[in-house]
Design a binder for this molecule. Structure first.
Ligand SMILES: Nc1ncnc2c1ncn2[C@@H]1O[C@H](COP(=O)(O)OP(=O)(O)OP(=O)(O)O)[C@@H](O)[C@H]1O
Ligand SMILES: [Mg+2]
Length: 315
């Protein structure tokens, strides 16, 4: 049996009339990456900051490493590491000086040079924080979150606002932490990030988990089957495919067809592989967490904002 290191039961957080976290239950097991995936305002930061003993709960029970979050604050803080959302360090301290500064807050701290190595920042050791790119700043943040050699690390949107290359570099650091046996709680609104990094994902919307499980299980349970993408498909191709499935969409030069079953694939190919129908190539794609989110909520997510039929959804 996997060892549970976090238990959350019936957790509620109200801010005045707003219920930001609405009776949620979950467990996190030792050594796993558990992600909370959801749009802006879903309640991710509120939930993680309650676990980090930084915010108070309204109702419910939370234990970290078997310790109650209200009664064992000091003991818990020694054993956890935190990368807050919108993390910032001291502009006029170098990478190494920043890590040492934050390390000074703990009785037991890891050597700054070891942490610099872990996040692969050797070349930037003596560079001022203010002169680092966004991705490198986040890696300093991850190093600082590990300064007390914690068992559990909370990373609140570690890659938001980063370009795709910098994001992938942070992913590598997170994979590395996992391989060292750390338990990681990650929040994100990037579907792909949750899919690539997580052992288990809880999809959260408006303070409630809509579903939870491994990315593969969730996709198997709620995925929309197989998606066929017809690159450069013309309007004739579109019409032929519309006769086959009701879930056909034009996206720029491409046609996207959601197939309920793989069995209809030969028929789909036949319909476009005829004289007078033009397309460049056909690609197949399995459902992703993004498709699942769309199925379960009727909404897409773009940079953390819900998008419904091309319009931003106001909360
Ligand atoms: N201190 C606060 N006082 C009042 N309302 C708050 C406070 N903190 C958060 N909220 C509200 O609670 C809800 C959940 O916010 P929270 O920051 O937990 O969401 P989130 O999932 O982390 O969003 P994001 O992706 O934008 O970081 C939001 O509607 C937010 O406006
Ligand atoms: Mg947040």
């Amino acid at each position: 049996m996997a060892e549970s290191v976090i238990t959350v039961q019936g957790l509620v957080k109200r801010y005045g009339d707003l219920t930001a976290v609405d009776h949620i239950d979950f467990e996190v097991y030792r050594g796993e990456v558990f992600s909370m995936l959801g749009p802006n305002g879903a309640g991710k930061t509120t939930t993680v900051e309650i676990m980090e003993c930084l915010r108070t709960k309204t109702e419910g029970d939370v234990t970290i490493l078997g310790m109650d979050i209200e009664r064992k604050v000091r003991d818990i803080k020694k054993r956890i590491g935190v990368l807050p959302q919108d993390f910032n360090a001291f502009d006029l301290l170098t990478v190494k000086e920043n890590i040492e500064y934050f390390g000074g807050m703990f009785k037991h701290q890891l050597p700054a040079d070891d942490l610099i190595e872990t996040v692969n920042l050797g070349e930037k050791r003596d560079v001022y924080f203010k002169n680092l790119s966004g991705g490198l700043k986040q890696r300093v943040g991850v190093a600082i979150s590990m300064v007390n050699d914690p068992d559990i690390i909370f990373l609140d949107e570690p890659t938001t606002g980063l370009d795709p290359v910098a994001r992938r570099e942070v992913w590598e650091v997170i994979k590395d932490l996992k391989s060292k046996g750390k338990t990681i709680i990650l929040t994100t609104h990037y579907m792909e990030e949750a899919e690539v990094l997580s052992d288990r994902v809880g999809i959260i919307d408006r303070g409630k988990f809509i579903t939870m499980g491994s990315p593969n299980d969730i996709i198997d349970r709620y995925g929309t089957g197989t998606t066929m993408i017809v690159r450069g498909g013309d309007d004739t191709a579109l019409q032929r495919l519309q006769g086959l499935s009701s879930k056909v969409e034009r996206k720029g030069n491409d046609i996207v067809v959601r197939l309920d079953s793989k069995d209809v694939l030969p028929e789909a190919i036949m319909r476009i592989h005829e004289e007078g129908v033009h397309y460049e190539e056909v690609q197949m794609r399995r459902s992703t967490l993004e498709d699942v989110f769309l199925t379960l909520t009727g909404k897409r997510l773009e940079n953390g904002e819900e998008v419904k039929k091309g319009k931003r959804v106001k909360k």
